[in-house]
Design a protein around this ligand. Structure first.
Ligand SMILES: Cc1cc2nc3c(=O)[nH]c(=O)nc-3n(C[C@H](O)[C@H](O)[C@H](O)COP(=O)(O)O)c2cc1C
Length: 185
């Protein structure tokens, strides 16, 4: 297991009482090179170091990541004062691509979580302020529900504790080996 992964496991454990420690920022770029950043929920890390996120194929991020899979994750753990900046290559997985994975993630959601996928097109104009109605059933996985896998190939870690602060970079080489280097913060 790469050293940064052992560290991340520890950070998550130490912050387990803080729900907000399971949110991170995910940045992608549009076709004009404009960066877009948003908060998403961490849904796990696969054995081959891919961060898992759930999302909607009708969202802007789906189009951006489909056109350009480069994505960056920035994750700050306020309790331990650590920042992880992950450089990643993303893959968007739909129900058609991997029924088992996508179905399993859908069924892990609460009803309130599922509702967010059944309110209509995200980002489209809302014409009135009446309550939104649900379109679909909680048992059925909507075809627009998707899983984003973010394969990590570089980690920029910063720990604000201590003076000087501690920073290191971890890089995955062509032979799939991780190398680490301590950096001036
Ligand atoms: C705390 C928090 C958690 C969120 N989690 C997710 C998530 O897991 N997946 C997701 O697609 N959007 C999530 N969102 C909404 C996104 O931040 C964003 O507003 C939405 O996905 C539209 O982004 P886009 O137009 O760039 O695709 C979350 C927002 C907040 C504030």
């Amino acid at each position: 297991m790469p050293r940064w992964r052992q560290g991340l496991t520890k950070s998550l454990h130490q912050s387990r009482s803080m729900p907000e420690s399971r949110y991170f920022q995910l940045a992608s770029v549009d076709e004009a090179g404009m960066p877009f950043c948003r908060t998403v929920v961490y849904r796990g890390l696969t054995d081959n170091n891919q961060l898992m996120v759930i999302s909607d194929t009708r969202s802007e991020k789906y189009q951006q990541l489909s056109d350009n899979p480069k994505a960056q994750v920035c994750w700050y753990f306020s309790k331990t004062r650590e920042q992880y900046r992950f450089s990643t290559l993303s893959t968007v997985i739909t129900l058609e691509d991997d029924t088992t994975l996508v179905t399993a993630q859908w069924h892990k959601l609460s009803d309130a979580g599922k509702k967010q996928f059944l309110w209509g097109e995200p980002g489209s104009v809302r014409n009135d302020e009446r309550a939104l109605t649900i379109n679909g059933h909680f048992e059925d996985v909507p075809t627009h529900f998707c899983v984003i896998l973010l394969a990590i190939y570089e980690v920029d870690y910063l720990n604000l504790r201590g003076n000087p602060q501690y920073r290191e970079r971890h890089h995955l080489d062509k032979n799939d080996n991780w190398s680490s280097q301590s950096l001036i913060p």
